[in-house]
Design a protein around this ligand. Sequence first.
Ligand SMILES: Cc1cc2nc3c(=O)[nH]c(=O)nc-3n(C[C@H](O)[C@H](O)[C@H](O)COP(=O)(O)OP(=O)(O)OC[C@H]3O[C@@H](n4cnc5c(N)ncnc54)[C@H](O)[C@@H]3O)c2cc1C
Length: 475
Amino acid sequence: MATFDVVIIGAGLSGLSAAHTLLSQHQTKVCVLEAQGRVGGRLLTKEVNLNNGDSTTCDVGGQWVVDKQHHVTKMLKMLNIGTHKQFLKGRTVLFRNNRPITYEGIVPYKTNWFGLVDLQMAMWDIDKLANTIDLERPWSHKNAAKWDSMTVQNYMDTMYTGLGRDMIELFCQTVYSQEPSQISFLFLLLGIKSAGGVTNLVETEGGAQDSKIDGGAQQIPNKLLDHLNALNKSGPSGGSLFEIKYNHVASEITKIKTGYQVTTRDGSVFFCNYIIIAIPPTLCSHIHYNPPLPSMRTHLCQRIPMGSIIKVNMFFKTRFWRERNLAGSFVSASNDITEYPLTLGYDGTTICGLVSFFAGYSAVYWSGRPKEERIEASKKQYAIMFDVPLDFVNEQFLGYEEKDWTMDEFSTGAYSGVMAPGVLSIYGPALRTPIGDIHFAGTETAKHWLGYMSGAIESGERAASEVLEKIKNTN
Ligand SMILES: Cc1cc2nc3c(=O)[nH]c(=O)nc-3n(C[C@H](O)[C@H](O)[C@H](O)COP(=O)(O)OP(=O)(O)OC[C@H]3O[C@@H](n4cnc5c(N)ncnc54)[C@H](O)[C@@H]3O)c2cc1C
């Protein structure tokens, strides 16, 4: 029987950040329960063996950061982790009507001007509306009920051009990994406000895809864990303050006289005064609560599904796109996802390859297909987009690594939870509000950069501060 001040459920970036705040600010006895045999959750850097005998690493989870994401920037500095810029020299490809159009910068000027004006007007309008959202209480907006009864598709239906609508659809697929018909317009405005505007989300340079983590993004949780262990050992407790239990899936939380009892799938029991749940809301529904949580919280968690994403990395002998003055970056608005499944992609930058995404419905459809078919379809799409013969792509091919996040038991999708209409305006107040001494973290609960690494860190630090405040008041 083990007793702790705080049990944290989940060793993703939010759970570990919570542990770091607790340990660095107070002599708190903390146990982190992690379902898997590793830290990092939605951050995963994989080692890949290539056909030519070489090996390399690639991120199949979260990857990009930008210095305006203050929480992750501060964390990288503390852990002494460097970043490097996303390669972006040359032209970008817009794949639309099953043919590529190339352009410089972020606007495909060669397409029709009426469509671009339509898109720009929509982006200005959405940014203006997003600006009116209160990050603390988005459900309190005078138009909350109206906007939360609409999907993004309903908004798109008021636009004038196919190009404008295609680009907003791409925005939903690439940023939220959901289709416009699945996303509440109020939730979209919240996400945009939390990132400081549409441009911050879509831009590469200066936006969310600005830079990558040296050595891969899993460096962050790995080094944070090292830091926690060092902090624990060097503290006055002589190493008895912090524990992490791998392969412990929290399955039941019971309120007892002295605090809480957390039971894991294997029957282990942990006692504590406070709990921080640092997992996606939909996974909170997999835990049994005794007594049951208030219905606002239960129903909120039932209503935040994860996005659908398959992230793929393909490796080649040469960066053949660069020789054609192409940056390797592309967006695809193809209506035929059975033939052209990739929605978005970039040059691998430090590795000779391309990193791409099957996003939204494409991920749902392709998740059920064999991996070999995903490889062949990706190669075919690359050949058309970068204007090279398929035989040439085959000859250049050195290897492939992917992760289908919809099939991951401990995230059930990615990048993050996304709200459909009728959720945020009704159940939103239950997102961060503690229940007794159970507190909630996870990127889905962040105020800034909701859904991103930075949001995960912010949420962990916020939940830990709430607990510390209570601990200080009881001492
Ligand atoms: C493909 C992909 C691309 C992304 N790209 C980016 C990007 O470029 N930039 C960016 O900033 N963000 C990106 N993200 C999002 C980013 O990775 C997440 O926002 C962040 O990692 C979430 O951290 P978290 O701690 O909130 O949740 P998680 O990382 O999901 O951590 C939760 C942890 O809890 C564990 N767990 C779950 N259930 C239980 C249980 N019952 N008991 C015990 N443990 C449990 C899980 O195993 C996991 O380790 C991406 C994500 C993916 C998957």
